[in-house]
Design a protein around this ligand. Structure first.
Ligand code: NDP
Length: 444
């Protein structure tokens, strides 16, 4: 891989990069099928990605029709890599086996190791038959929706396609590897003022937040809307906070430490609740505590003077009852996850009597991802990238996210030897220097 990395770092022309021979093996982060039961019977928090995620040599992925092989310069940790590495709620080998039953191309993914990772900043190395829009040497970020679009239902919105999969979670050959395999319809141009690691950490969570808040498929936030954002500096929330500000909404961020409160104030979020300092106890054993819902709702009213039009939900079981309670009459709860448990309990009287609605949302289609990526390229969104790790320390980074010890995003340097490389347009970066400086203050 050294020759390829060197050619990329030296800015070699695309034809030269495309002509370089690929090695037979590469370094990648993966979980093993023969270890998928290793955490059985253990508590969620005790399941340790540092025991299950391996970084070692594996074969270079195959290349098929409408696919590209990309050299991954940087990647990032998403929560889905945490789920894969603790084999919750189920081992992702089940996804690979199902894919394997779908024919020859799917069978390539059904291996005894699963290479994880759903975000990348990369350079196209090889293109398969049928690829016309991308060529070797192109600098790209990756949209992690892996879909053929054979079914008619996917043609208004590819997230409605029954064959839709999340790359590096429901497929093999994800981004925490020196070379990854993607479909051509996953590629997007790399924002020209960002470094490899800054460009690598956005795709999955930025696009998901865009669909949840902005898209006609989500809550369709309008100017003046009050939006309650759980985990407002986290993977999803760090982007949601910026989108609400950009769209003329009023974000109310919920976080769990004073440095996160400060971060939100610095980027312009006026109303912030430190949930730890307030000590909310929404659950009392296995019963919910409506008094605590009222105390939480009262805090939002005290800060903003009204209830949220939209609640941006993903913690799930621990918060969902409170989210439904505090939403304004006629408002929307938009949810994409259940980090603290997927069996939600809420008092339906607060929903139907107050004409509220719950919107289920999952990742984003290519158009939504492209729009979200464009916001990055326009400098309107910037990642909260607090730390980067080398590929060899992927498991430690996943552990940090599992234990909620991180801020914003954790990046992984794959082929890029150090932080700060990959910027294509220094003049543009200088234009956004003040904004970038604010965000960089929160790096560890
Ligand atoms: P992060 O861990 O980066 O951020 C989530 C934040 O939520 C945390 O930083 C924490 O912030 C807050 N949080 C965690 N647990 C609780 C809790 N019990 N109560 C209140 N707040 C809590 O993760 P992501 O934002 O990247 O992902 C969040 C979830 O969304 C994951 O389950 C992930 O798998 C899922 N997801 C789903 C997608 C989809 O397409 N369906 C796409 C992307 C993510 P703080 O401690 O500061 O309050």
């Amino acid at each position: 891989m050294e020759k390829i990395t060197q050619a990329i770092l030296e800015g070699a022309p695309g034809e030269e990069i495309g002509s370089l021979e690929l090695p037979e093996s590469m370094t990648a982060a993966y979980v093993r099928k023969d270890e998928q039961e290793m955490f059985e019977g253990m508590e969620h928090d005790a399941k340790d990605p540092r025991k299950s995620l391996h970084v070692d040599e594996v074969d270079i992925p195959p290349l098929g029709p409408n696919e590209c092989l990309i050299a991954v310069m940087a990647s990032a940790i998403n929560f889905n890599t945490v789920w894969t590495s603790i084999f919750e709620p189920l081992p992702t080998f089940l996804f690979l086996e199902r894919f394997g039953r779908e024919g020859e191309l799917g069978a390539r993914h059904n291996l005894d190791h699963h290479i994880v990772g759903s975000d990348a900043a990369a350079v196209v190395l090889k293109t398969g038959p049928g690829v016309t829009r991308w060529k070797p040497g192109d600098r790209v970020t990756v949209h992690c929706n892996y879909v053929d679009l054979e079914a008619p239902t996917g043609h208004d919105d590819s997230m409605m396609d029954p064959g839709q999969r999340i790359w590096g979670f429901e497929t093999n050959f994800g981004s925490l590897a020196e070379v990854s395999m993607v479909k051509a319809n996953q590629l997007m141009p790399m924002p020209t003022h960002l470094t490899w690691e800054e460009a690598a950490c956005n795709g999955l969570v930025n696009s998901t937040s865009y669909r949840m808040l902005v898209s006609p498929n989500g809550a369709q936030m309008k100017q003046g809307d009050v939006v309650l954002i759980w985990g407002a500096t986290g993977g999803l929330g760090g982007y949601a906070s910026q989108m609400v500000l950009n769209g003329g909404g009023i974000p109310v961020g919920v976080v769990s430490s004073e440095d996160k409160v400060e971060l939100l104030h610095e980027i312009g979020v006026e109303h912030v609740i430190n949930r730890k300092a307030e000590g909310y106890q929404f659950w009392d054993g296995d019963r919910q505590n409506p008094k605590e819902f009222k105390r939480f709702g009262g805090k939002i009213r005290e800060l903003v003077g009204e209830d949220p039009d939209i609640v941006f939900e993903h913690p799930g079981r621990q918060t969902f009852g409170a989210s439904v309670f505090v939403t304004k009459r006629g408002g929307k709860i938009v949810t994409c996850a259940s980090t603290s448990g997927y069996q939600h309990v809420f008092d339906n009287r607060y929903l139907w009597m107050m004409l509220k609605s719950i919107i289920g949302s999952h990742f984003a289609n290519y158009k939504e991802a492209w729009e979200a990526n464009r916001l990055l390229d326009l400098g309107k969104i910037h990642p909260i990238l607090s730390k980067t790790y080398p590929l060899s320390e992927t498991a430690e980074a996943a552990w940090q996210v599992h234990q909620n010890l991180h801020k914003g995003k954790l990046g992984i340097r794959v082929l890029s030897p150090e932080d700060g490389l990959g910027v294509q347009d220094e003049a543009k970066r200088a234009k956004y220097a003040d904004k970038i400086e604010v965000f960089s203050r929160f790096s560890d």
